[in-house]
Ligand binder design. Structure first.
Ligand SMILES: Cc1cc2nc3c(=O)[nH]c(=O)nc-3n(C[C@H](O)[C@H](O)[C@H](O)COP(=O)(O)OP(=O)(O)OC[C@H]3O[C@@H](n4cnc5c(N)ncnc54)[C@H](O)[C@@H]3O)c2cc1C
Length: 435
């Protein structure tokens, strides 16, 4: 009967649109010939929802065997050099400086900066593996991503040959630690409101101002500072310049290390610039183009926030699953608990698909601001819900327990890298604007 119905539908289609289309539609209902299937070269790996553990090495179709080898190296680095002492570093509110030289000598800094410029010469995906492994290890302290994925990238993209030679090899080796200073007490979301000024004096610049919430602020040797160089510009965006400022220059002082509720081992500090004299060669890129450089790099920086959030969810999901199976198998028999875990796993897997797509786009230089903003708000927002659910399911309220730590570490995620409200502004702009 069913077959006869199809045949009559086919006859109608053939009469209306010709035999070619009709036969195509008929075939597509049965089976698509092998030669017409689009073969993706690497669709042979499991995705996280299919794997025994989301943290397995050798899964996810955006990666290959070289990525797996690199992941093994990064995982070992965190297990051996970071996990054992992280709690102590949380108490002192910063990691030791030597951690950067250890990572540098293991080839784990400046991962996607070319070898000839002191990096590891790998791709963006490898750089994200380094960040993923950090957040799987649940150690938010080391500010490697700021150093490698932001500051080294700025210098590589916008620096002169002299600046690259001066800083990048030392940064790749971990001898020079980098930071980026945009935010000020009265200028966070709106970078155009910054008050820090650089005034020309002959060929030099004189820098004055204060910055807050600066990652690596206590440890850094070099900071990229955003300063107004053309106060009369029609828009502040047209009059902002980035400067490379070495710690040790007269008038450059570090303030207190902020005692945050989470990410306690990551040093976040204030910086003060009081008549700091800078040579003309310290300007990064062109004068008055700094705002555009900042905007240009932000999509990549937002993917980093997504990666941190996503990996924290995946790591804590596996931790909670193992904990419940081992210590409280009866709780896992409850339908309410099972449904919660099902909801959480679904959100994590959907988040992973979008993020792997974004990382792949970034790897190919095709990531746009809207996609990065969608991920940044969604991953950091979903992270709050997912971690809360897992935390409650495990009843893990003890200070410094892994889940409590992850919950608190994640609280700043919706804020830095551009707040989630601003992400929605950026996404909405592309929706409502005239084409
Ligand atoms: C742990 C940590 C590390 C950081 N590291 C760095 C760093 O290394 N370098 C650096 O330069 N900065 C850094 N920051 C600063 C961070 O980028 C800013 O906190 C962020 O941009 C928000 O700025 P703000 O805190 O001044 O908040 P504000 O901009 O004052 O915003 C306050 C609230 O108002 C909302 N809001 C503001 N404007 C709008 C609007 N137009 N529409 C709707 N809502 C709005 C915001 O979403 C937010 O909820 C860090 C912050 C933290 C917490």
């Amino acid at each position: 009967m069913r077959h006869l119905r199809y045949m009559s539908v086919l006859r109608v289609i053939q009469r209306r649109w010709g035999p070619k289309l009709a036969s195509y539609r008929w075939n597509s209902r049965t089976s698509i010939p092998e030669e017409r299937l689009v073969q993706h070269p690497s669709v042979s790996r499991l995705e996280i929802g299919q794997a025994a553990s989301m943290l397995d090495i050798g899964i996810r179709n955006i990666f290959n065997e070289q990525h797996d080898e690199f992941r093994k190296k990064a995982r070992l680095f965190f297990e051996e050099n970071v996990v054992p002492d992280h709690e102590m570093w949380e108490k002192q509110h910063h990691c030791p400086k030597e951690l950067f030289t250890w990572a540098g000598s293991a080839g784990l800094l400046g991962v996607d900066t070319p070898v000839e410029h002191g990096g590891a010469g790998r791709d963006f995906l490898s750089s994200m593996i380094m960040l993923e492994e950090q957040f799987y290890s649940n150690c938010s302290g080391p500010g490697f991503q700021m150093h490698s994925d932001i500051v080294m990238q700025y210098i590589y993209k916008h620096g002169s040959n002299e600046q690259m030679e001066r800083y990048l090899p030392g940064m790749g080796a971990g001898r020079i630690i980098g930071g980026l200073a945009m935010t000020e007490p009265n200028a966070g979301s709106d970078v155009q409101r910054i008050q820090t000024r650089a005034k020309q004096d002959g060929t030099d610049w004189i820098l004055n101002g204060a910055k807050v919430f600066i990652t690596n602020g206590h440890l850094l040797d070099l900071v990229i500072v955003a300063a107004v160089t053309e106060p009369t510009a029609k828009k502040a965006a047209h009059g902002t310049t980035l400067f490379l400022v070495d710690y040790g220059k007269e008038g450059f002082n570090k303030g207190r290390v902020l005692h945050k509720i989470g990410m306690k081992a990551q040093d976040t500090s204030e910086l003060f610039f009081d008549d700091v004299r800078l040579p003309a060669s310290s300007a990064l890129g062109e004068i008055n183009k700094g705002f555009y450089y900042l905007m240009d790099n932000l999509p990549r920086e937002r993917v980093l926030v997504s990666v941190m959030g996503q990996c924290s969810m995946e790591g804590m999901f596996e931790l909670a699953r193992t904990y419940l199976k081992k210590h409280d198998p009866n709780r896992l028999k409850s339908q309410v608990v099972q449904h919660k875990l099902a909801e959480v796993k679904t959100a994590i897997c959907i988040g992973r698909s979008f993020l792997d797509m974004s990382m792949d786009l970034c790897n190919r230089g095709k990531l746009d601001s809207q996609t990065a903003s969608m991920g940044k708000w969604w991953h950091s927002d979903t992270q709050q819900w997912v971690l809360k659910e897992l935390w409650e399911l495990c009843g893990d309220v003890v200070e410094n327990s892994p889940l409590s730590k992850a919950v608190l570490d994640g609280r700043a995620q919706p804020i830095y890298g551009g707040t989630n409200e601003i992400m929605k502004e950026l996404i909405a702009r592309t929706i409502v604007r005239d084409k």
